[in-house]
Design a protein around this ligand. Structure first.
Ligand code: G16
Length: 548
C-alpha cells in the first residue's frame, strides 16, 4: 500500500479549509474551543492520528469532546496505544499541524514522516468516539476524512464516554487482554467485578445501596442505563439530568464541574436529606459526591475525598496481603490542604504534587506499584504496576501465604477490575467508591468525618491573553507577569491557613484563581483579592471581579 500525499492538501482546500487566523494550542486535554472553529482541526488531527499510529505501530484513539465546557464548545484529543493521553512530545507537533496554512499542510506532514522515520506503508486503525454534543457527528466526519487522506482505517465507536474510548484503545492494543474492546465488554468487566466484591449482602451497617446520579445531560446519562440494567437491586442508581441531545442543557447548572466549582447542589436532582448523590461531567470522566443535610446545608465530597477514601482502603488491603507493594498518591495544587495533611499525617502515604492535567498525574502515578491519583475536580483513577499484578496473582494462587492473605490478594485483584486504569472514569470510580463504602459499612457522613476540608474557592478571570500568566513549581508559583506572585504572597500572609495560586486554564479562555483559608469569609475575600490582582496585572477585560 502506498500513501498519496496529494489528497492531504486537496481535502484541506476543498473540504476542510483553515477558518481561524490565530493559533490554537493543544491544551490540558487537547484542542478545545467553539465547535464552529474546529472542522479543519479535526481533519488535521485525523492526519496526525495516522502518523502517530504508524510511528507507534499501535492503534490510536481520537475522542471528540469538550467534556465540562458548554454545549457550543467542542474539542479533540488523541489517545496513545496504552490508553493514555498522547505523549507530550507530540503535543507540539499537534499544535504545529493544527496551525499551518492549508498550502503548507502537505509539506508539514512530509517533514514529520521524514523526521520520525515513519513507515507510511503500515496499515493502521484509528478508533473514533464522540460525546453527545450536536456538533460531534460532523466533526467526526472531518476526523474520518483526515484518516482516509493518509490511507488509515477509521473505526467509529459512535457516542461513548471518554474513558470508554481509552479502555477500547487499550483493549485493542493488548489483543483484548485488558478487556474486550466493545461496550458490552466494558460493562461486563466492571459489573462482574463489582458484583463479585459486593456478594449477596447489598447493604452493610450504615451503608445503603441507593444513590442519586446526575448525568449532566450528557453521555454519562446515556451509559449509566446499561449499568442500571445489569446491577438491578445490587446497586440502585436513580438517574436524573438525562435531557435529549441538542437541548442546550449539557452541563448546564448540573454536572461535576458545576457542583465542584460552584459548590452547589445541581438542578434537576431532588434534595433528600442526607442522601448520597453523585454528579459526572459531560463526557463522564469526572465524578464528585455530595449531599444536603437535614438543614439543607450542602456538603461536597470531591476528588480529594475520593483519593483519600481509595488510598486508605488500598493501604488496608495491601497490609492484609502482607505483600511489599509501594502505594503513593498524586495530587495537584488544587488539592485541599486538609486532605494533603490527612494523607501524609494520618494515612502515612507519600504524596506527590504535579501540574493540572490527568496526563501529568497519570505518569507520576506509574512510578508507584499502586498509584492513586485524583484532581480535586473529581478526575482520577488508580494504576497498578506489572510487579504489583504479578505478586498479587501469585499470592492469590500460591500456597506461600496464609488463607486470609490469599483472600486479601484475590479481593484486590477483583478491585483492579472495577477500576479503569487507563484514565479517570466517572462510572468506574462510582463503582469503586460504592464498593469501599459498602466494605466499610459507611454512609456519606462517615466518609466525610475522616477530616475537615479547609474552605476553598475557585474563580475565573477573563484577560486579554491568558498566556501572559506563566507558572512553576507544579503551578503553585506564578513567574509572570512580574510582581503578581509577590502580591499574592502579601495577600496570603493576611489570612490564617491562607493559600492561593493562579494559572491559565488549558480548556477555557480564562485564568483560574484558587484560594483557601481557615474560614469561608476569609477564603472568599482572599480569592476575590487575588482575582483583582490578576485582573490588574494580567490585562483583565470586561467587568472587574467583585471583592466580597
Ligand atoms: C480536563 C483535564 C483535567 C483538568 C480539566 C481542567 O478535564 O482532563 O485534567 O483538570 O480539564 O483543566 P484546566 O483547568 O486547564 O481548564 P475535562 O474533564 O474538562 O476533560
Amino acid at each position: 500500500m502506498t500513501t498519496s500525499y496529494r489528497t492531504v492538501y486537496a481535502f484541506a482546500r476543498e473540504m476542510h479549509p483553515k477558518t481561524v487566523k490565530h493559533d490554537i494550542q493543544y491544551g490540558t486535554a487537547g484542542f478545545r474551543t467553539k465547535a464552529s472553529n474546529l472542522g479543519y482541526i479535526m481533519y488535521r488531527m485525523g492526519l496526525l492520528a495516522v502518523l502517530r499510529s504508524r510511528y507507534k505501530q499501535g492503534i490510536i484513539g481520537v475522542m471528540i469532546t469538550a467534556s465540562h465546557n458548554p454545549e457550543c464548545d467542542n474539542g479533540v484529543k488523541l489517545i496513545d496505544p496504552h490508553g493514555e493521553m498522547m505523549e507530550q512530545s507530540w503535543e507540539e507537533l499537534a499544535t504545529k499541524v493544527a496551525n499551518v496554512q492549508d498550502d503548507e499542510l502537505e509539506q508539514t506532514i512530509r517533514d514529520i514522516v521524514q523526521d520520525y522515520n515513519i513507515d507510511m506503508s503500515i496499515r493502521v486503525n484509528i478508533l473514533i468516539g464522540k460525546d453527545t454534543r450536536p456538533s460531534s457527528p460532523s466533526l467526526a466526519k472531518s476526523v474520518i476524512d483526515g484518516v482516509l487522506a493518509l490511507s488509515g482505517k477509521p473505526i467509529d465507536f459512535g457516542i461513548v464516554t471518554t474513558p470508554q474510548m481509552h479502555y477500547f484503545v487499550k483493549c485493542r492494543n493488548t489483543q483484548n487482554e485488558y478487556g474486550v474492546a466493545t461496550e458490552e465488554g466494558y460493562y461486563t468487566k466492571l459489573v462482574s467485578a463489582f458484583k463479585k466484591l459486593r456478594g449477596d449482602k447489598y447493604n452493610n451497617k450504615n451503608y445503603e445501596n441507593r444513590i442519586l446520579y446526575d448525568g449532566a445531560n450528557g453521555v454519562g446519562a446515556k451509559k449509566i442505563k446499561y449499568f442500571q440494567e445489569r446491577l438491578g437491586e445490587c446497586l440502585k442508581i436513580v438517574l436524573y439530568n438525562d435531557a435529549g441531545i441538542g437541548t442546550g442543557k449539557l452541563n448546564h447548572l448540573c454536572g461535576a464541574d458545576y457542583v465542584k466549582s460552584q459548590q452547589l447542589f445541581p438542578t434537576g436532582v431532588p434534595s433528600e436529606p442526607n442522601q448520597r448523590c453523585a454528579s459526572v461531567d459531560g463526557d463522564a470522566d469526572r465524578i464528585v459526591f455530595y449531599y444536603n443535610d437535614e438543614n439543607d446545608k450542602f456538603h461536597l465530597l470531591d476528588g480529594d475525598r475520593i483519593a483519600t477514601l481509595v488510598a486508605s482502603y488500598l493501604k488496608e488491603i495491601v497490609s492484609e496481603t502482607g505483600l511489599d507493594l509501594n502505594l503513593g498518591l498524586v495530587q495537584t495544587a488544587y488539592a485541599n490542604g486538609a486532605s494533603t495533611d490527612y494523607i501524609t499525617e494520618s494515612l502515612k502515604v507519600p504524596v506527590a504534587c504535579v501540574s493540572t492535567g490527568v496526563k501529568y498525574l497519570h505518569h507520576k502515578a506509574l512510578e508507584f506499584d499502586i498509584g492513586v491519583y485524583f484532581e480535586a475536580n473529581g478526575h482520577g483513577t488508580v494504576t497498578f504496576s506489572k510487579n504489583a499484578k504479578d505478586k498479587l496473582n501469585q499470592a492469590a494462587k500460591g500456597n506461600i501465604l496464609t488463607e486470609s492473605q490469599q483472600q486479601a490478594a484475590s479481593k484486590l485483584l477483583a478491585l483492579i477490575d472495577v477500576i479503569n486504569e487507563t484514565v479517570g472514569d466517572a462510572i468506574a470510580d462510582l463503582l469503586l467508591v460504592e464498593t469501599i463504602l459498602h466494605a466499610k459499612g459507611w454512609n456519606i457522613q462517615d466518609w466525610e468525618q475522616t477530616y475537615t476540608d479547609l474552605p476553598n474557592k475557585l474563580l475565573k478571570v477573563t484577560v486579554q491573553d491568558r498566556n501572559v500568566i506563566t507558572t512553576k513549581d507544579a503551578e503553585r508559583q506564578c513567574v509572570t507577569p512580574n510582581g503578581l506572585q509577590e502580591e499574592i504572597n502579601d495577600l496570603v500572609k493576611k489570612y490564617k491557613r491562607g493559600r492561593s495560586f493562579v494559572r491559565p486554564s488549558g480548556t477555557e479562555d480564562i485564568v483560574r484563581v484558587y484560594a483557601e483559608a481557615s474560614t469561608k469569609e476569609e477564603c472568599d475575600k482572599l480569592a476575590a483579592q487575588v482575582a483583582q490582582k490578576v485582573y490588574d496585572l494580567a490585562g483583565g477585560i470586561g467587568n472587574p471581579p467583585l471583592i466580597a
